[in-house]
Design a protein around this ligand. Structure first.
Ligand SMILES: *Cc1c(COP(=O)(O)O)cnc(C)c1O
Length: 382
């Protein structure tokens, strides 16, 4: 059986041939830690579930397929996947990181890995010159998120890959925001793709998970060894849930995008809204670059409300369909106040520099009815 070539087909069929033994269309969940051996050290495929489990294998095949990668690896969380990439490095190596990086990634770099002698430099990667000037012989990795969170800066993946190539460095893209449906970094020259599957890939706000996709066989071998040796693996049941979610990823992403665009257009025209940021808006300063490297713009919209923090609190109190919660990428619509919630741990000077102030709000626009979501925002702004 094939898995097709187009995204809507691949997400349904990847990693999911019927169970050869019973014909079950949905494969069973292999809730086991160990496997019987035929003689000491001899076993058909699996010996121990940290090293491998059929439910994880199915998920990893699907993860590879949706990024058009040769290999996928599943992890217990997005940060566990990011950590596995860091474990490729040696003391003395340097990493260039986009300044507007996910707060948890910045914390992992600064608080847990800098002490092992790995250097992290946080720079504005929307400027090619800044990145060229920062690269040295020690630079081993460019750590990039695009679009960034929460300011939705777009970083040119092809340009970054060219610079990295000249310095023999790897480019890793945290592709969580765009999802594999809308952006395929490996096709733009990146070496490593990372996801927090907690977000769009999981899509239902019910699991924590992570993934790495690569096509280079040597990188795959090293990362697979790290996955096994460090042990941050997901359970068989969570593998099943993430794999199940992948089957609807394409339809969900298109509905997220449709709703987000409608919400972004509505907010841009509203007098109580000062500024809207969504790369799918033609007026967005980085729209052209976004169009070039993305085939869609996901479901996250940021805006600044006119007025004070008290006005923001009043507005939040009136919303009926958007829950006040961290995270994004689930089927339900959420609203987040970055300054006091997701980005509270970012140093205040950096928050100010990035424009994360008291009136900034981030919407994760869900897959509900488009008009009803817009109407909810309209009544709460009124
Ligand atoms: C949430 C998130 C992570 C961390 O993932 P967890 O699954 O929470 O560990 C990493 N990168 C981005 C862009 C995220 O949004």
């Amino acid at each position: 059986m094939g898995i097709g070539r187009k995204p809507f087909t691949r997400v349904v069929h990847a990693g999911g041939e019927p169970d050869p033994q019973t014909g079950a269309v949905m494969r069973p969940i292999y809730q086991t830690s160990t496997y019987a051996q035929t003689s000491p050290g001899e076993f058909p495929v699996y010996d121990y579930s940290r090293a491998g489990n059929p439910s994880r294998t199915s998920l990893e095949e699907a993860l590879a397929a949706i990024e058009n990668a040769d290999h996928g690896l599943a992890f217990a969380s997005g940060l566990a996947a990011i950590q596995a990439v860091l474990q490729l490095l040696e003391p003395g190596d340097e990493v260039l990181v986009c300044d507007d990086v996910y707060g948890g990634s910045g914390r992992l770099f600064r608080k847990l890995y800098a002490k092992y002698g790995i250097g992290f430099q946080f720079i504005d990667m929307t400027s090619v010159e800044t990145v060229e000037a920062a690269c040295t012989a020690k630079t081993k990795l460019l750590w990039i998120e695009t679009p960034t969170n929460p300011m939705m800066k777009i970083i040119d993946i092809e340009a970054m890959s060219r610079i990295a190539e000249q310095h023999g460095a790897w480019v890793a893209i945290d592709n969580t925001f765009a999802s594999p449906i809308f952006q395929k970094p490996l096709e733009l020259g990146a070496h490593i793709v990372v996801h927090s599957t907690t977000k769009y890939i999981g899509g239902h706000s019910d699991i924590i998970g992570g993934a790495i996709m690569v096509s280079d066989p040597e990188l795959h071998e090293r990362l697979q060894f790290i996955q096994f040796a460090a042990g941050s693996v997901p359970s068989p049941f969570e593998c099943f849930l993430v794999h199940r979610s992948i089957k609807t990823l394409a339809v969900r992403m298109h509905q997220h995008e449709k709703n987000a665009l409608a919400v972004a257009r509505f907010l841009s025209d509203h007098r109580r809204v000062r500024r809207v940021s969504y790369p799918g808006l033609e007026s967005d300063p980085q729209h052209a670059l976004a169009r070039r490297q993305m085939s869609g713009f996901s479901g996250v919209v940021n805006f600044d409300l006119e007025g004070s923090y008290d006005d923001v609190v009043r507005f939040l109190g009136k919303l009926e369909l958007f829950s006040l919660a961290e995270s994004f990428g689930g089927v339900e619509s959420l609203i987040n106040h970055p300054e006091r919630m997701t980005h509270a741990s970012v140093p205040p000077e950096l928050r100010e520099k990035l424009g994360i102030g008291p009136t900034l709000l981030r919407l994760s626009v869900g897959i509900e009815d488009t008009d009803e979501l817009v109407a909810d925002l309209e009544q709460a702004l009124g």
